[in-house]
Design a protein around this ligand. Structure first.
Ligand code: NAD
Length: 481
């Protein structure tokens, strides 16, 4: 499959220009669809990060820093339109690069455009405050950009995470340096090109590809970076937080989850079953907010697990245009998910299948539903990042709350019940950053503040909350005679 875009191969975007890694080194890009190399990216080092941070700093002191908030917003809206106009080839490129089904890639491009629209529209609407203070004094608190913001992005939703993180940072007037994931980053590079066409001054958006432990590490440790936004694994998140602490700069961490959906006996199961299935099968379960645990009240256990089993059996992992489930991102991720399946430690209720015509070298895994799962075992505790659902029975509301809150993560929860009192009680009891009642939004919600606690990370992105994260308050007191 060929994508119709001509890509500048193996170039970073630094100061508005395409630049090869200073070392000249490249990394091959492997398509998850067939396991074959199809492109190359720059294998950047600390000197490339230095150049990008310097370009961002120069942009702040130059044309980018001089723009009004309204002018920044207008550029972002222009970029949103360019993304919409090129959505189809961008989606085709994303599917080649990341493996996700084309419908998901199209949804990602729509979300990316919407992030630039949302944050572009917000750029000139976040006011500061006038604070009542002493007579003869005007006290104001205004929002200022941090300066140079670093964005380390994973491979699961490259463009959505770029949009939510870089979009909010640009709206507040920061200059950005992005290190996308080495497993999937070509579409982000193309967005960087489109930003040039939209009229962004050089250096506002810099993109440096490469390995996490080299380029990512150099960005997180760079003394010229004023703020770090990281999405990825808890282990790397911890290293990022330590690096930020060494430089005395703030960071947001979005590190994934083990999000539960709790289904009570009075729930509308016909409505719940497709949403529960989709919340773990979508994007191959490689979604930080994937609904990877379903807690089922004992009286509906047989009925709901049978409904979910039917849906799981019908899912075929395939590169086909209309597939719900494509390949996983890499051979490594496939091996990791297969290990969890082999060592599940719980009965298998149902398994989907891999399409007979799926390329043998691709990274396909059939979805699996396990249950009853002991809530203490790894299958119910660890983030697998694959299409595996752990079904856990419960008797009382109190037991459901204890199980739902009983992991080291706390990102999203779903509650399925018609009882309004119970909806409020359980939603308030959830230890996480987002709760859905009779709905579930894995990966969605541009307008909704999003983030977690403990091993799911801290700080909030999406919605207006991100604009507060990507800016800081300055209080000015003016005494007059
Ligand atoms: P990762 O944390 O290693 O990678 C995420 C990003 O961090 C990539 O851009 C990577 O290049 C960069 N990175 C890696 N090491 C770094 C370092 N030492 N310093 C700075 N940056 C570094 O994640 P992964 O290895 O791609 O995936 C492993 C697991 O992480 C997954 O199985 C999943 O459980 C979890 N994960 C979560 C999310 C999420 O959205 N929360 C996304 C991807 C992966």
């Amino acid at each position: 499959m060929q994508h119709p875009l001509t890509l500048p191969q193996a170039l970073n975007l630094v100061g508005g220009r395409g630049r090869a890694a200073a070392s000249g080194r490249e990394l091959p890009m492997i398509s998850p669809i067939d396991g074959q190399p199809f492109a190359a990216i720059a294998d950047s080092g600390p000197e490339d990060i230095d150049a990008a941070v310097a370009a961002a700093r120069a942009a702040l002191a130059g044309d980018w820093g001089r723009l009004t908030a309204a002018e920044r917003g207008r550029l972002m809206l222009r970029l949103a339109l360019l993304i919409e106009a090129e959505a189809e080839p961008l989606a085709a490129l994303e599917t080649r690069d990341n493996g996700k089904p084309i419908a998901q890639s199209r949804a990602d491009m729509a979300a990316l455009a919407r992030y630039f629209e949302y944050y572009g529209g917000a750029a000139d609407k976040l006011h500061g405050e006038v604070i009542p203070f002493l007579n003869g004094h005007d006290a104001t608190a205004r929002r200022e950009p941090h300066g140079v913001t670093g964005h380390i992005i994973p491979w699961n939703y490259p463009v959505q995470i770029f949009g939510r993180s870089v979009g909010a940072a640009l709206a507040m007037g920061n200059a950005t340096v992005t290190k996308p994931a080495e497993d999937a980053c070509l579409t982000i590079l193309r967005i960087g090109e489109l930003a040039g066409q939209a009229g962004f001054p050089p250096g506002a958006i810099n993109i440096v590809t490469g390995r996490g432990e080299v380029a990512g590490k150099a960005l997180s440790e760079h003394p010229g970076v004023d703020f770090i936004s990281f999405t990825g694994s808890p282990e790397v998140g911890q290293a990022i937080q330590i690096a930020a602490a060494r430089n005395h700069v703030p960071c947001t961490l979005e590190l994934g989850g083990k999000s539960p959906q709790i289904v009570f006996e009075d729930a509308d199961l016909e409505a719940a079953a497709p949403v529960i299935t989709n919340a773990i099968v979508q994007n191959g379960g490689q979604t930080c907010s994937a609904g990877s645990r379903v807690l089922i009240q004992r009286g509906i256990w047989d009925r709901l697990t049978a409904m979910l089993a039917d849906r799981f059996r019908a899912v075929e992992a395939s590169p086909a245009e209309g597939a719900l489930l494509g390949p996983l991102i890499s051979a490594r991720q496939k091996a990791r998910v297969e290990r969890y399946i082999a060592e599940a430690g719980a009965p298998l209720i149902a398994r989907g299948r891999v399409a007979a015509d799926a390329p043998a070298g691709g990274f396909y895994v059939a979805p699996a539903l396990f249950g009853p799962v002991d809530p203490r075992i790894p299958l119910a505790q660890e983030e697998i990042f694959g299409p595996i659902l752990a079904a856990i029975p419960f008797d009382s509301e109190a037991e459901a709350i204890a199980i739902a809150n009983g992991t080291e993560y706390g990102l999203v929860a779903g509650i399925w019940t018609r009882d309004g009192d119970r909806q409020a009680r359980v939603a308030n009891a959830m230890r996480c950053g987002q709760v859905f009642i009779n709905a579930y939004g894995a990966g969605g919600g541009i307008e909704l503040p999003f983030g977690g606690l403990r091993k799911s990370g801290h700080g909030r992105e999406k919605g207006f909350a991100a604009l507060y994260e990507f800016s800081r308050l300055k209080t000015i007191v003016h005494r007059y005679a």
